[in-house]
Design a binder for this molecule. Structure first.
Ligand code: ADP
Ligand code: MG
Length: 345
């Protein structure tokens, strides 16, 4: 669980302007398209000849994150990553972000600096510029809103509605891990609440816990598409779970799909944990969320190329709408796939 922060400076002592200055001073500009970042009434971005792709997310303490087991640095990192993941899911390259926060007086300046340390690390790693935001107080808890901006030429933008029967379905990495990480953290939280002296040991669950607390967006896949001249026919990032997200593609593309159980990549540690929790690993992969891998479909020619590229898993095929959306189990039986992904409401 979280360590106590030693030094505590009240946000009131510092004031809004000094706080913004403190939080944003370490950020280094990385994108030539950022003409004006923080410091004016609005940021200015050079759009050149590409389309601008925009995505935004709102994260509320107690609904989207739990600070009992989420270090603020990880939260900052993840809040950027999940937005960039949406930009990559359009086959676009993220270039800028804005971050708005509402903070209650429960949080010290040092705590918010931790959050921004994570935000800065993500910006550095993904080479995006923090170009603005807003800072305000909240009566209770922490609220974070991130907007990510990216670019891509019109012809290469990939939507959810382009899948066609016969297209092959791929994912860019192992899935189900983040869901199991969350199960572990929730379980440890309950144990801790019952007896705060119990020592929590997450050593053997590093992989799944990290998948949940510090996910990465699948940018390498998007670079790979560009390099290999692949344009997926449809794409979505896996935030709600394979079932839900595949159903979004199928509904919007007006098609059915078959997923081959034996091809769905599940990490070994995650499989063992699922069994320990009395859960079926494939159920975790289908219904668990927050893996932030990309789920996409490719036509025949691109599917041929993808076979020879590392980091892409062929997990199924798009079918006619009349065939529905199904899982073909390892024993050859077909099961309908329904949306059981994460719901915040
Ligand atoms: P305004 O009064 O015009 O809203 P602010 O004083 O709120 O301006 O913000 C000053 C500058 O700092 C702006 O460029 C704004 O985008 C940026 N900014 C404010 N809050 C944040 C934040 N939490 N993170 C990053 N940039 C911020
Ligand atoms: Mg403002």
């Amino acid at each position: 669980m979280q360590e106590e922060v030693q030094k505590r400076t009240e946000i009131n002592e510092l004031g809004e302007f000094a706080l913004i200055q403190l939080l944003t001073s370490e950020f280094v500009k990385q994108q030539p398209s950022t003409l004006k970042g923080i410091g004016d009434d609005a940021a200015v971005i050079d759009a050149a000849n590409a389309c601008t792709v925009v995505s935004t997310d709102l994260l509320i303490e107690g609904i989207h994150f739990d600070l009992m087991y989420t270090p603020l640095k990880h939260l900052g990192y993840k809040s950027i990553v999940v937005n960039l993941s949406d930009i990559y899911a359009m086959n676009a390259i993220p270039t800028q972000v804005t971050v708005s926060i509402a903070v209650s007086n429960r949080f010290s300046v040092e705590a918010i600096e931790e959050l921004y340390e994570g935000i800065r690390r993500a910006c550095d790693f993904y080479k995006v510029d923090l170009v603005g935001g807003d800072t305000t107080s909240s009566p209770k808890g922490l609220v974070i809103s991130v907007t990510a901006i990216g670019r891509q030429v019109k012809e290469k933008i990939v939507y959810r509605d382009g899948a066609k029967p016969g297209d092959q379905i791929f994912v860019t990495g192992e899935i189900g891990g983040a869901y199991l990480g969350l199960q572990i953290l929730e379980r440890e939280k309950q144990i801790f609440l019952e007896d705060s002296k119990v020592k929590i040991d997450l050593e053997n669950q590093k992989y799944v816990v990290e998948r949940f607390l510090k996910p990465e967006a699948s940018r390498i896949s998007v670079f790979q598409f560009a390099k290999s001249e692949i344009i997926p026919t449809s794409m979505i990032d896996l935030s709600d779970g394979l079932s839900s997200d595949l159903l979004h593609i199928c509904t919007q593309s007006k098609c059915g799909a078959v997923i081959f159980e034996e091809n769905v990549p599940i990490n070994t540690e995650a499989q063992l944990l699922a069994i320990k929790f009395n859960l079926d690993p494939i159920t975790c992969a289908l219904n668990g969320g927050e893996d932030y891998e990309l789920l996409f479909t490719a036509n025949e020619a691109d599917s041929e190329k993808l076979r020879f590229l590392p980091g892409f898993y062929h997990i199924g095929e798009i079918a006619e709408v009349s065939q529905g959306v199904k899982l073909r189990s390892s024993s050859g039986k077909f099961h309908p796939i329904s949306a059981q992904g994460w719901k915040h409401f």
